[in-house]
Design a protein around this ligand. Structure first.
Ligand SMILES: Nc1ncnc2c1ncn2[C@@H]1O[C@H](COP(=O)(O)OP(=O)(O)OP(=O)(O)O)[C@@H](O)[C@H]1O
Ligand SMILES: [Mg+2]
Length: 243
């Protein structure tokens, strides 16, 4: 199977001797949705930011479409898109102008910029509200706009930190369906993070359970639920960390 991301013993020490993540190793296949799940402070954002080339790894490496985050960070950036957990958009801009502005930055030429905008319009599902200022959007609408912006260049790997945090059930469902169809229909790959284990059970093909900087288990939600004789991923998590 084609691998879009190969993470190899990736570690980060913010302070000497204290690991925020230690020897984290996993792969993400083409067309796969992979989620790092774990409680607050587990090391999800740290791991994700190293892969997104925004944070320097202390040890280890990760390859995105075969390019090393250590030696070819520019190539890595060409193949990814990263949506931080607390991303903001320009409040005084209309949604549509924001998409055009971002397409102008990321697209190689005018024709592709137009394609990016059309794609983003379709993905976000905001319709006429795109003509309103972002400042007047609900949190869910703003998040959908940002996700559409992140997806419009069709990167090999989309890295989303807590993509549905702060969203209500309906908006979270919309976002999850959006990610699933992009993976299934366009072969896009996703690396997500979440501490909401129940929601991630639905959206992910595979999950990695991370606690205190250690990746303790990797597998399909169904497979892990069976392995740990659990009802859901929350119970799996409880059993994994108590081992
Ligand atoms: N800039 C930093 N300097 C020092 N320590 C940090 C820094 N960022 C994170 N840490 C520490 O690293 C550990 C992992 O944090 P991280 O933000 O990666 O966790 P997380 O799994 O994303 O948590 P959350 O669910 O709250 O977002 C924590 O102990 C945190 O305090
Ligand atoms: Mg985090």
């Amino acid at each position: 199977m084609e691998k879009v991301l190969e993470v190899r013993e990736l570690s980060k020490q913010y302070k000497p001797g204290v690991y925020a993540s230690e020897k984290v190793t996993f792969d993400v296949n083409k067309g796969e949705i992979f989620a790092l799940i774990g409680p607050n402070g587990a090391g999800k954002t740290t791991t994700i930011r190293m892969i997104a080339t925004l944070l320097k790894a202390t040890e280890g490496d990760a390859l995105v479409s075969g390019h090393s985050i250590l030696t070819e960070p520019e190539k890595v950036r060409e193949n990814i898109t990263y949506l931080p957990d607390e991303a903001g958009a320009y409040k005084n801009m209309k949604g549509i102008d924001y998409l055009k502005f971002m397409a102008g930055i990321y697209a190689p030429d005018k024709a592709s910029a137009d394609t990016y905008v059309e794609r983003a319009k379709e993905i976000c599902g905001l319709g006429d509200r795109l003509n309103d200022k972002i400042g007047g959007y609900s949190r869910g609408m703003a998040r959908k706009l940002l996700i559409a912006r992140a997806i419009m260049p069709q990167p090999a790997l989309a890295i989303f930190d807590e993509p549905t945090s702060g969203l209500d059930i309906i908006n979270a469902l919309d976002v999850r369906r959006m990610l699933k169809s992009l993976a299934a229909e366009q072969g896009m790959s996703f690396l997500l993070s979440s501490h909401n284990m129940l929601e991630i059970e639905y959206v992910s093909d595979r999950v990695g359970i991370i606690a205190k900087g250690h990746l303790l288990e990797v597998g399909e939600p169904k497979e892990l639920i069976e392995k740990y004789d659990a009802q859901n991923l929350e119970e799996v998590f409880e059993r994994v960390v108590k081992q």
